[in-house]
Design a protein around this ligand. Structure first.
Ligand code: ZN
Length: 300
């Protein structure tokens, strides 16, 4: 039987009926959870906390919400803007290539533009060495062509920005299991340096159900060379989640899914060392550390 840990940050899975229902089995845990929930009563929407580091995000006040919603860009890309306590707040995903110092967003409103500058900090990420099937490191000509085609396809999909505001900003855990903290780590596969890790790996047995971390529309279901069987969900305004290495996909492109609805089963398809879910979270076309927007880990 699983045990539940109260989120360390004070954040809760809010309207997460799944968690709440299970909590009824645990009297003390339920009482504690209700106390945490009531602390958030009156809040219209829970925002993640700013973490101005590579792979982090910043929440920036961009003006009073009684004015029309401003259009905000970062590095030329549109940014999620939501109202909180009567103010417009921009949620800006920061790339792993970010340097410490200053960065800025541009705010476009009523025919004029202004900048908001914010400070950024360093965060060091470790190097991780992994052993995988050689065909996923030294690619054949055919696999290289396939990968290049898939990269273009993925890049196009991940640039999706709709005007629909996400129903929630803090996400549900997509699967129960042991989480790695390897987001951002530089990866050495079979001794060869490759791209950094852009998501969170959650270890779980093949066949374990994987659920949508928030409501949205299925943007893609596809078998990718590295990512294996993959589902991408568009939550709106450039907020996307990606579920990789699935043994089975149970949704179709274009489906609307509710938070907590099944999207597939854990598997070991693509470039993997074993069965797990690779969970990616994207904001304004930037992969951010999923830990920032997930509740604290549930101990399996
Ligand atoms: Zn991964």
């Amino acid at each position: 039987m699983p045990r539940f840990r109260i989120p360390q940050s004070g954040r809760t899975p809010a309207a997460d009926g799944t968690y709440h229902g299970r909590m009824k089995k645990f009297g003390l845990a339920l009482a504690l959870t209700c106390a945490v929930l009531s602390a958030h009563a009156g809040s219209t929407r829970q925002l993640p906390a700013s973490l101005p580091v590579p792979g982090g995000l910043v929440v920036l006040d961009v003006g009073p919400a009684d004015l029309p919603r401003p259009s905000v860009t970062h590095d030329g890309r549109p940014v999620l803007v939501t109202a909180e306590h009567g103010r417009w707040q921009a949620l800006v995903g920061l790339p792993l290539s970010l340097h410490a110092g200053h960065d800025l967003i541009e705010i476009h409103e009523a025919g004029s533009a202004r900048s908001v500058v914010f400070q950024t900090e360093d965060r060091s990420y470790p190097t991780q060495s992994l052993k995988v099937s050689p065909k996923h490191v030294d690619l054949s000509a055919a696999d290289t062509a396939r990968y290049n085609e898939e990269r273009t396809r993925l890049d196009g999909l991940l640039g999706t920005f709709t005007d629909n505001e996400p129903e929630r900003l803090l996400l549900l855990a997509p699967v129960k299991g042991q989480r790695s903290s390897s987001f951002g780590s530089r990866r050495i596969f079979n001794g060869a340096a490759r791209n950094p890790h852009t998501g969170m790996d959650i270890a779980a047995a093949t066949g374990t159900p994987v659920v949508a971390a928030a409501g949205g529309k299925v943007l893609d279901t596809h078998g990718y060379f590295f990512n294996g069987n993959t589902v991408i969900i568009d939550h709106g305004m450039g907020y996307l989640t990606m579920y990789c290495h699935l043994s089975r996909i149970v949704v179709r492109t274009g489906d609307s899914v509710a938070a907590g609805a099944p999207v597939g089963l854990v598997g070991a398809t693509g470039r993997v060392t074993g069965a797990h879910l690779h969970f990616g979270v994207m904001l304004n076309h930037v992969w951010i550390d999923p830990q920032i927007v997930l509740p604290a880990a549930v101990v399996p």
